[in-house]
Design a protein around this ligand. Structure first.
Ligand code: NAP
Length: 285
């Protein structure tokens, strides 16, 4: 899978990716760098970030500023903005990608466990959005938000209820601010990925044999999982000026997964051809 945009499509743009040292955040960041952006990656683990920054610049060139920041701490986010501006002058875009999740029957969760996910995913996103938005508005600078949600932001999902509640909130934030802050030339969009293999989403969420037993590719009409570059292409487009008229949108990239699982008769794909022949005969065709 190749990069989609023209070389230099993100030249001179500074983009902050929360949770940018691992998984999808790292893949999006790498492609932003390749397209000429200055990159700021944040998460809690300084060592992981430093390692990722070294790998990224070695592979793609450009400049990466790694800054440890817990999205649950507003003052740490303000510090990221200050350091990013000191290094690169102006910030152009934020990708709210940091998240936490675990699978569990809801009745087994303590209220504190619920809080942990909501604090990272929903509060972390609105803290980052508020800090960056206030900064852009006070300086009369335009900006672009891209929020990484999931398709169960609108369908809901059992066994990941704190995450579903949080992502639904992030989607509401995206759409609300797309309207309210458009007057400041601040755009807000979201991506809802289907299954993309990452250490965080898979090995930790579905440990051991679980990932084999519940093979995510099987749920997808295209019968495969996503490639990171496919997501990076979409993210780069939404962060670039090519999408200047796209605002308040959530774009699903899931091979048709959520629609298939919502369609009442979609599971009939398991019926073999001979049985369809038999059904046709029974209808008298
Ligand atoms: P991941 O590698 O685990 O990414 C999560 C990142 O968030 C990590 O870098 C983590 O770094 C950071 N993080 C967690 N808590 C944080 C905190 N309190 N403050 C700052 N950073 C924090 O998993 P991923 O699969 O790439 O997920 C990336 C995004 O895609 C998430 O929003 C996820 O919900 C979404 N998504 C993924 C899939 C998929 O199939 N992979 C599907 C749908 C949606 P530290 O631990 O160092 O803080």
């Amino acid at each position: 899978m190749e990069g989609m945009l023209k070389p230099g499509s993100l030249k001179d743009k500074t983009i902050i990716v929360t949770g940018g040292g691992t998984g999808l955040g790292k893949s999006m960041g790498k492609y932003f760098l390749e397209l000429g952006a200055n990159l700021v990656i944040t998460s809690r683990k300084a060592e992981v970030l430093q390692h990722a920054a070294t790998e990224m610049t070695k592979e793609k060139g450009g400049k990466v500023l790694p800054i440890a920041c817990d999205v649950r701490k507003y003052d740490e986010i303000e510090n990221v903005i200050k350091l990013a501006e000191a290094e690169f002058g102006q910030i152009h875009g934020i990708v709210n990608n940091a998240a936490g999740n675990f699978i569990s029957p809801t009745e087994r969760l303590s209220h504190r466990a619920f809080d942990i996910v909501v604090d990272i995913v929903l509060k972390g996103t609105y803290y980052t959005t508020l800090a960056a938005g206030k900064n852009w508005i006070s300086k009369k600078q335009p900006g672009t938000f891209l929020n990484i949600v999931t398709t169960y932001a609108w369908t809901g999902s059992g066994y990941v209820v704190p995450s579903a509640c949080s992502k639904a909130g992030v989607l509401a934030l995206t759409r609300s601010l797309a309207v309210e802050w458009a007057k400041y030339k601040i755009r807000s969009n979201a991506i809802a990925p289907g299954p993309f293999p990452t250490e965080g989403a898979w090995s930790r969420l579905l440990p051991g044999d679980l990932a084999k037993k519940f093979d995510p590719a099987e749920r997808v009409p295209l019968k495969r999982v996503g490639e990171h570059q496919e997501l990076a292409n979409l993210a780069a487009y939404l962060m670039s000026d090519y999408s200047a008229y796209v605002n308040g949108e959530v774009i699903t990239i899931d091979g048709g997964e959520w629609l298939r699982n919502g369609g009442e008769f979609s599971h009939l794909e398991n019926i073999p051809g001979e049985m369809w022949d038999m059904l046709e005969k029974m209808r008298g065709k």
